[in-house]
Design a protein around this ligand. Structure first.
Ligand SMILES: *Cc1c(COP(=O)(O)O)cnc(C)c1O
Length: 443
């Protein structure tokens, strides 16, 4: 499984991890620097734990992907899957790059609009959109609604007809392809809850073309997340291309193919597809079909751009084991506990970074055995107060955090060159019970 640590290759060293991430560098005096800002300066000012994102990395990645798609001769449009990181500043940055958004809820629609993403650059995915959400999408007149079932299509038709609106609909097809990724982030096999069964796609598209309030314009697929091989993409897009030809043979017009997201990133410096190869896989299947191509990357755009910066509370030694206990925990970054994810962990101090390393388990203070960031990780002695950066934490990091154990949600910072700014304040302790009410019989 791609999301699990593999035991047959040694972990990359801190120097190798830094070298592979262009926005990070180790300076002899300042320690680990992101863009041109020392992480120590941010930690001194804002405290830890804190999420830090590189705007330059996000921008560079967005341009690299859009450029690769254009170079492959595709009429392609990037719709950032904002569930990966939905902070307004992040959305504004991608909006300025011309990207749209892939949303999955009313909250995301409202966030995207609040950040300045135009409605005609928003696509709505998800297996369970409520009537209220569909109504809002039609009122805002977003670009397309990705319908995932016959039942949802009927519901959308009723809502649109009642509003005297027409919904531009893309049918999300389940291509029955195994993306070879972690079970919790696989979405394109026949037994998964997502999408319309492949064999039902053409008949349902025909029915959509006859329903009031519905204008079918295309097909979509999304086979999973953290995908590190192009083979499942090639298989899925080939199957979509077959459906395009079948629809056209039946006289049904189709102009959009939504290729979904899921492109993986090299958390462990493992080989991962480059944007040009991904664009090549799309182009190989779709280039002569004269369709507008939509892509919905989330993790790939933001994952590598962010770090979770934490301080060592103490190092605990028991029966030959060393536990480095951080002030960050699973309530901040849940990916190791939830997906067995491997994240690079790098000391911030240049002195720590070159000190002799020995194995350690890196854990948080939360009362769960799963509150473990890494096991048997080669790390230098890290005394109380030392700082570390947990790498590639820009996607599915802060958005999945909680206040479990009454731990206030951490602050978030964006860096751009030598400039930096808090983009979300740290929660206060009073925030923890804001909104709670004491019932009258307990007062
Ligand atoms: C989650 C999701 C994405 C983005 O996935 P990444 O792995 O972050 O690229 C894109 N499209 C849909 C429909 C999704 O559910």
């Amino acid at each position: 499984m791609a999301a699990s640590p593999s035991t047959d290759t040694p972990d990359p060293t801190a120097a190798e991890l830094i070298a592979a991430r262009p926005h990070l560098a180790m300076h002899a005096m300042d320690g680990l620097v992101i863009d041109d800002v020392p992480l120590n300066a941010i930690a001194d000012d804002v405290g830890t734990p804190v999420w830090v994102y590189s705007a330059s990395a996000m921008r560079r990645r967005c341009r690299m992907l859009a450029g690769a798609l254009a170079d492959a001769g595709l009429d392609a449009h990037v719709h950032y899957a904002m569930k990966a990181n939905d902070r307004l500043a992040v959305l504004r940055l991608f909006a300025a790059e011309g990207a749209g958004a892939d949303i999955v809820s009313e909250g995301e629609l409202r966030r995207a609009r609040a950040a300045g993403i135009p409605a005609d650059r928003i696509v709505f995915s998800g297996v369970g959109k409520s009537e209220r959400e569909l109504r809002l999408a039609l009122t805002e007149d977003i670009a397309q609604i990705n319908v995932e079932s016959a039942e949802e299509l009927a519901m959308l038709s009723a809502v649109a007809a009642a509003m005297d609106r027409t919904a531009r609909v893309v049918l999300r097809v389940n291509p029955d392809v195994d993306a070879g990724t972690h079970a919790k982030i696989t979405t394109g096999r026949a037994q998964d809850k997502f999408g319309i069964p492949y064999a039902d796609a053409v008949p349902l598209y025909r029915r959509a073309s006859e329903l009031p309030g519905i204008l079918p314009i295309g097909l979509a697929t999304h086979i999973g997340s953290q995908i590190l091989s192009l083979a499942p993409y090639r298989a899925a897009y080939g199957r979509l291309a077959d459906l395009v030809r079948a629809l056209r043979a039946d006289g049904l017009p189709i102009s959009v193919i939504d290729c979904g997201g899921g492109l993986g990133i090299p958390y462990r410096n493992e080989p991962a597809p480059l944007p040009a190869a991904f664009a090549g896989a799309i182009s190989a299947a779709l280039h002569n079909l004269d369709v507008r191509v939509v892509v919905e990357p989330g993790r790939w755009l933001v994952g590598p751009a962010g770090v979770l910066l934490a301080s060592v509370i103490l190092a605990k030694h028991t029966q030959g084991s060393r536990f480095v206990v951080l002030d960050a925990a699973m309530n901040d970054l849940i990916r190791p506990a939830m997906y067995d994810a491997w994240h690079g962990i790098v000391p911030i101090s240049a002195v720590d970074a070159v000190a002799p390393a020995a194995p350690a388990d890196v854990v948080g203070p939360v009362c769960e055995a799963g509150d473990t960031f890494a096991r048997n990780r080669m790390l230098p002695p890290l005394a109380a107060g030392a700082r570390v950066a947990i790498l590639d934490a820009g996607a599915y990091g802060s958005v999945m955090s909680s206040a479990y154990n009454a731990r206030p949600v951490a602050a978030e910072v964006m860096v751009d060159g030598s400039d930096w700014s808090v983009i979300r304040e740290r929660e206060s302790h009073a925030d923890l019970w804001r909104g709670e009410r004491m019932p009258h019989w307990l007062q």
